[in-house]
Design a protein around this ligand. Structure first.
Ligand code: SF4
Length: 262
């Protein structure tokens, strides 16, 4: 996107999709496309932007949805024949929206402990402790470490907004491939706000760098420091794969914080 911006495209970084709707309203002669990425955490605000645009009659706004869902990805990893995952820390922010219900079947089906965990260092330590305690007792259950935010039913209004606007669709995951029913796409009712439909887009799949082993990283089969390109050919300024792009990515996190890079 930044490269496109450097070549003259009008690409802007916004704090909220509602700003994009406002931008569309103020520029009726332009088409505003919001690149809607993220897990269940960012999906409600992006869905709300469509409801908002629809209510205000802003027809020059659409989103390019690239939302991904956590439980199908966990299932894809757990059902992989090379799976080495003993327990999961489930992302507390996604569960703050979605609640806990959809994780019970995953725990039961794969007999794997799942601990919904927050993001402060003490949260993570407690989540790891809870997972280890289950493993030592030979148990598998869903536990909620992040009780100060995560309710069993999640955020009902956020879920209703997503159900109003999105349909569940297959999604391509970098390094893993297509995982069935693992993403959100704008539904039929709001298709005029779906950039893919509106502009008849057939976007090419971005090629994977053959030197990147991000699939093994994301499946937990290898650590970033086991990648021969880690910290050499691949750095946050020149990422070869998705896990080195975002600061939340496993490779970028290792690059910034691992003692191996000090
Ligand atoms: S260090 Fe870079 S090349 Fe290696 S797996 Fe991570 S993103 Fe891919």
């Amino acid at each position: 996107m930044l490269e496109a911006k450097a070549e003259g495209a009008d690409v802007r970084i916004l704090y909220s999709p509602l700003e994009a709707v406002q931008l569309a309203k103020e520029n009726p002669d332009k088409e505003v496309i919001f690149f809607a990425v993220g897990f269940e955490t960012t999906a409600p605000a992006n869905a709300l932007s469509i409801v908002h645009a629809d209510k205000m009659g802003v027809s020059n706004y659409s989103i390019l949805a690239s939302h991904v869902l956590v439980p199908p990805a966990m299932e894809a990893i757990l059902s992989d024949k090379e799976n080495q995952i003993d327990a999961f820390l489930a992302a507390g922010h996604a569960c703050t929206i979605m609640g806990m219900e959809e994780y019970y079947p995953v725990v039961e089906k794969y007999k794997t402990p799942v601990v919904i965990t927050g993001f402060e260092p003490v949260d993570l330590l407690q989540g790891i402790l809870m997972a280890i305690q289950q493993l030592e007792k030979g148990e598998y259950k869903l536990e909620n470490q992040y009780t100060r935010y995560v309710q069993r039913e999640g955020n009902r209004m956020a879920k209703q907004t997503m159900e109003e606007v999105f349909a569940i669709s297959d999604r391509m995951w970098r390094g893993i491939g297509t995982i069935p029913q693992s993403g959100y796409e704008v539904n039929e009712k709001y298709k005029q706000y779906n950039s893919r439909v509106k502009f008849n887009l057939d976007l090419p799949v971005a090629p994977e760098n053959p030197e990147c082993i991000s699939g093994d990283i994301m499946k937990g089969l290898k650590k970033p420091i086991q990648c021969p390109n880690f910290g050499t050919k691949c750095k946050p300024e020149h990422p070869l794969g998705a896990p080195m792009v975002s600061s939340e990515g496993a490779c970028a996190a290792y690059y910034h914080y691992s003692s191996a890079t000090k």
